[in-house]
Structure formats: C-alpha cells, structure tokens
Design a protein around this ligand. Sequence first.
Ligand code: 13P
Ligand code: SF4
Length: 318
Amino acid sequence: MSNATVATQGFTDIMDEIEALRRDRKAVILAHYYQDPDVQDLADYIGDSLQLARAARDTDAEVILFCGVHFMAETAKILNPGRIVIVPDMAAGCSLADAAPAARVAAWKAKHPGAALVSYINCSAGVKAASDIICTSSNAVRVIESIPADQPILFCPDKNLGRYLMKQTGRDMELWPGSCIVHETFSEQKLVQLKVRYPAAKVICHPECEPNILQHADHIGSTSSLLSYATTTPDADTFIVGTEPGILHQMQLAAPSRTFLPLPGMDETCACNECPHMRRNTLEKIRDALRDLSPRIEMDEGLRLSALAPMERMMALG
Ligand code: 13P
Ligand code: SF4
C-alpha cells in the first residue's frame, strides 16, 4: 500500500470517528475562520467571533466543541452555562488576551472613575467582568457610538483596533497597549511589492493590523466582513489579504475563480502570519476531546454572571 493510500485511509478513519462521536455526544462543532481547512470542513458552523458567540448562545446541542482559542470557548460558556463546552487544546490562547491581566485592567479602570471600559472580546472572563461593555471587530463602531458623547472611554486590549476606532468614530479613547502577534507581523514592504505586481488587486485588512498596513487598505473589517467583500465585490477579482490566511479557505470555496494572496510576515523564515494558537487544533485532538469530553471549560458562577452583563449589553445592540 502506498504512503498516500495509508494517509488517505488514516484521514477517512479519523473523520468517521469524529462523525460517530459527534452524533453520540449530541455535540455541535463551532470553528473560527482561522482554523485549518480540514477543521473548517467538518464544523457545523464557521464564523467570526460575534457569529460564533451567537451560535454558542443559541445552540441546543448538549456539547459545544469550540475550535478556536480559549477566550472564544470561555465566551461560549459565559453565554450558555448549561452546556458542556470543550476545546481541542486548552493551550490555544491569544496574545491579546494575554496582554491584559484582569487585575491590572481593573486597577486601570479604578484610576479613571466615570470612564466606560470597552473591551474587545479577545480578553479573559476576568477582564470581561471588569468591563462596561464588550465589542467584536464586527460591531465595535456601533458599541463605541453607544457610549454617551461626554463619557471618557478606556479601550482594551488591542491598541490597533482602538486607534482604528478612534479614526472611525471621532472619539478620543485611552488605549491599553496590547497587540496581536499575527497582525503586527505583516510587512509593509512586501505589501507594496504585491501592489506593484498586481496593480488591480484590492487590499483587505483586519483592523488588528498596524496603522502602516491599514493605510493601504481598500476595505477594513472583521473576518466575516473581509470574506463577504472579497467574494462579492464587483470591483476586483484579485485580493491581497491582510489577516490570518486560514480565511482563504472559505474565500476560495465561495469564489473559486478569484485570486486571494495572503500578506506575508516580515520574517521569511517562518509562517508568522499563521496564528500559532488557532493552529494547535488538530483532527486528532478534536476526536480525543469528543471522546473524553475534555479539556472542558469550567467557570465560577459569580465570575460568569459578572462577565455576562457586558456581553449582554453588546448583544442588545444587535
Ligand atoms: P474576528 O472577530 O474578526 O473573527 O477576529 C477574531 C480574531 O481573533 C482576529 O485575530
Ligand atoms: Fe489572538 Fe491574534 Fe490569534 Fe486572533 S490571530 S486569536 S488576535 S493571537
């Protein structure tokens, strides 16, 4: 038997195992757009942070298997405490969430009485609990605009998204100095080289990118917004994509005749534009998590309720 046949057989076996376990466990599999294509292909639901939070809140499955990173699974537990929430790998974190320890954020807030603390959903439950309202990259402008014009705003933890929002809304905000290790890696020099090679291409970027990258963008938005623009705009058929390249899988499926060029990082020797946390999730770990119902997200009920209130304020904005 050839190596390729063995590999294909192994792949089919593991997919069959996952299928059987998903049925037995009455589980729903949620996956973010940055997951490996194989993981996206087996998910019941693929989406951006906001879409996945809504899917987690609304599911009646007994088990939620969250293929993303820790803060996303934690958000699912906050919104749907009656369900078992499991993850393929508990070590799949996020540099933004890590940049903002809850105790330091709470101390920052305490120094600014009267200010509203708006936290990007890429943060821990502890930071959510200290926040007045949560936002995602899909609804951040609406969330900022919901804060009374005369109330000062603290924005945490992504300084790049915060800076972008200040431009979009005209609101001054004090920014926490966090950033995403993936979106800060993109090379402006390589972006300009790609623009020269593909002059008709549109540049699309996630707002977590640095300002020197965002200044070249024709369209800026959440992962779902980038997907929708790149696959439906009549203005171009080639796109330079300034976000984690996992998103290219859905772009290629939705618009196979279009060309999507991932923006490379500054370091040629690594795949630094891939999120090392998102990519920890593998088919084997998914099978094991469904089999063992572990690793499992557990949360103190008092913390959950405190984190739920600012999430619900966000959800109420639509
Ligand atoms: P989205 O909410 O746009 O999917 O972004 C999540 C994320 O982690 C981006 O790095
Ligand atoms: Fe966090 Fe960046 Fe990975 Fe998104 S891409 S999960 S912000 S480290």
